[in-house]
Design a protein. Structure first.
Length: 282
């Protein structure tokens, strides 16, 4: 099975009619997609009642991929004590309990920063992280190429298989060392994640500039690129029970259109975008 969704549901204006309330957007999003990545959880550990509301506002066959809080993956660059880390993971795990209980979670995505390179200390940290996540399914995404260097790639994949990590495969610009190559190998029999970050090489290296987030994910996949990915996904589907695809190329409003294109290419049932309201001066 191949499931397709977007990173977040609030920023995709093309999905919504003019004047829709923000609290109604998830229900409307659910009419187009059965999967979404919760990226707001990266910036804050939400309260349980928020996840309860999301669970109740979505259909029975809807699922969430939840991005881990940034402190859990070292993005904050703060030196937390072991007690602080234990409490942080406990709070995060408790917060997502409503969607766990509802059977609406695919996995928690732990995306590590570009400076998280392949070394023994970080391997130990990954083992500790896996233990702290208890029995919650977890997906792992790297941003440093050392994990998939010629010498380490097979060892990394074997480690992920043995430790129970779901592979989050990336489509992203190849900028050494702060990105990873496209490694089309599942590490879990049940699930593989594929995340489309776009191929904007200049934008990928724009960190530190005022609008770097907007530049980084500004990209629209063309028909040929999506055809190539269709074949990749069908191959992955033979090796893992489900492939979850997330389009994260949100900056220019391209994610939803690309996702619906891929749905059509795969022959899945889709719903057309609402007609665009014409501006009186167009």
């Amino acid at each position: 099975m191949i499931s397709i969704g977007l990173a977040g549901w609030g920023d995709h204006d093309e999905l919504y009619k003019t004047g829709i309330r923000s609290q109604d957007k998830l229900k409307e999003y659910n009419k187009y997609f059965k999967l979404v990545e919760v990226d707001s959880s990266y910036y804050a550990i939400h309260k349980e009642d928020l996840y309860s509301r999301w669970a109740s506002n979505t259909s029975k066959d809807f699922s969430f991929l939840v991005k881990a809080y940034q402190g859990m993956t070292g993005h904050t660059r703060q030196n937390y004590s072991e007690v602080d880390m234990e409490n942080m993971f406990r709070s995060f795990n408790e917060s997502i309990k409503p969607i766990l209980d509802a059977g609406k979670i695919k996995a928690v995505l732990l995306q590590y920063p570009p400076w998280f390179d392949c070394n023994r200390n970080n391997v130990r940290l990954l083992r500790t992280t896996k233990e702290r996540m208890k029995n919650i399914p977890v997906a792992l995404e790297f941003r440093h190429q050392s994990w998939f260097s010629t010498e380490m790639s097979e060892k990394t994949l074997l480690f992920m298989r043995e430790e129970g990590w779901i592979h989050s495969i990336c489509d992203e610009p190849q900028v050494y060392p702060g990105s990873v190559p496209m490694v089309l190998q599942p590490t879990n029999d049940n699930l593989t994640i594929v995340r489309f970050h776009g191929r904007n090489t200049d934008g990928w290296t724009s960190s530190g500039t005022k609008d770097w987030r907007e530049k980084r994910y500004l990209y629209r996949y063309n028909h040929e690129e999506l055809i190539e990915w269709k074949e990749n996904l069908l191959k992955l589907e033979k090796e893992t029970r489900e492939v979850c695809v997330i389009f994260n190329n949100n900056s220019g409003g391209d994610a939803a259109a690309n996702a619906l294109q891929l749905i059509d290419l795969l022959g899945q049932e889709s719903r057309q975008l609402p007609p665009k309201q014409m501006d009186m001066f167009e």
